[in-house]
Ligand binder design. Structure first.
Ligand SMILES: *Cc1c(COP(=O)(O)O)cnc(C)c1O
Length: 391
């Protein structure tokens, strides 16, 4: 059975995208598209200053310069006005990310991109199924990429997906991947397969905080295949970076993606539940304008005491997420290595200090969601106005 082909077909059915390519991680998908745009060294790529560090890392890896635009406090998405102000003659690419599954302000962003001839890449690592003017996120840009990391809308046990609109460019990329991309070894495929089976067996809402810690430790010792290596937080690209998705990952992807509409429905139910309870407890809640439907990946909540909430959640085995911990998540990132300096994106820096996120995946039952809300009402201090600080 050709799991990669099967997975591509299933993915195409869900996203109705053309020209789909599969990689070992999401960041590799971004690296591949950037590497094939025929840009000059030092050309600039605009992106939100509230992202996963692997985004600017891929930009740097191909010799381009990452430039950060601040976000809007309510949506955690790139501010279209900041984008306009950041454009220089060297700006060639705009990465638009739909943070937490909330679609960014696509209409003004696409207008700007058109006016300044920017190539638009959608970072859909959080957004699967979200719509803007009833059109799916991932279908607006010239290209889009997705991640199959453990905590994304569906997992391939690490993995990445690239989709491209232009057929000519897609052909070039096909040749490029055929010539240059490493195929995973038999051993790597086995390892990934074991990891996925262990994950399915061991990870549940009560164990996930501890298992994540152990997983990171084992990964840093080279005993399991982790999401990132230490050198990547310093701005270096590891050996074996440019790899295809392994069959074991595609196999997991096939299993996951056929359940995606049920999972999306579950996310919506939990989102409504959290919104109701959080509002009662005085937290700021998520609300879409009428032309947007967010399928949230995680529910963002602002608290005054983030570190203490995370510590207590760990102690009590409650699944609470920390992203984004920094404008270039995670905390370990060396800002200097990625052209970021403190104060560049103040709204994003405040968000990083305040936002925790609540799980919406299929292992969270309504009971578990209730337990999470109970925990929050006991331990978390609500921030009452998203834009009140650093504005
Ligand atoms: C996870 C993530 C990525 C990177 O995905 P990998 O598969 O880990 O390379 C990129 N962008 C965002 C917004 C992410 O959350």
């Amino acid at each position: 059975m050709d799991y990669l082909l099967e997975f591509k077909n299933e993915f195409e059915k869900c996203q109705k995208s053309r020209n789909i390519y599969l990689f070992s991680r999401g960041r590799v998908a971004l690296y591949v598209i950037l590497n094939n745009l025929h840009l000059q060294q030092g050309d600039e790529v605009l992106m939100p200053g509230y992202t996963c560090v692997m985004v600017p890392a891929a930009v740097k890896a191909v010799g381009l310069t990452p430039k950060y635009c601040d976000i809007k406090p309510e949506t955690y998405n790139i501010n279209p006005n900041t984008v306009l102000q950041s454009i220089t003659p060297k700006t060639k690419v705009l990465i638009i990310q739909h943070t937490y599954g909330i679609p960014c302000e696509i209409t003004p962003l696409l207008e700007t991109a058109k006016k300044y001839k920017l190539y638009v890449i959608e970072d859909c690592c959080h957004a699967f199924g979200s719509t803007y003017n009833q059109q799916l996120c991932g279908s607006f840009g010239d290209a889009a990429f997705y991640s199959g990391q453990w905590n994304k809308p569906f997992t391939t046990g690490l993995g990445g997906i690239l989709t491209i609109k232009d057929n000519e460019l897609a052909k070039e990329i096909m040749r490029y991947t055929e010539n240059e991309m490493q195929q995973p070894s038999w051993l790597r495929n086995q390892f990934l397969s074991w990891q996925i089976q262990l994950y399915d067996l061991l990870v549940n809402p009560r164990s996930v905080m501890l298992i994540t810690k152990i997983y990171r430790l084992l990964a840093s010792l080279g005993l399991v295949i982790g999401s990132s290596s230490r050198e990547e937080f310093l701005g270096k690209i590891p050996a074996n970076y440019f790899q295809s998705m392994a069959p074991a990952q595609a196999k997991k992807g096939c299993k996951e993606i056929i359940k995606i509409s049920d999972r999306m429905e579950h996310r919506k139910i939990l989102t409504r539940f959290y919104t109701g309870r959080l509002k009662e407890a005085g937290f700021i809640t998520h609300k879409d304008p009428e032309y947007v439907e967010s399928i949230l990946l995680r529910y963002p909540v602002r608290v005054e005491n983030k570190n203490s909430v995370l510590k207590q959640a760990f102690r009590r085995s409650i699944e609470i997420g920390s992203w984004f911990e920094s404008p270039m998540h995670p905390l370990e990132t060396h800002w200097d290595a990625f052209n970021y300096h403190p104060g560049l994106c103040p709204v994003a820096e405040t968000a990083s200090d305040q936002v925790i996120n609540l799980p919406l995946h299929n292992k969270i039952s309504l009971n578990e969601a209730q337990r999470i809300i109970k925990f929050l009402t006991e331990c978390a201090i609500p921030v009452r106005e998203a834009g009140s600080i650093h504005q």
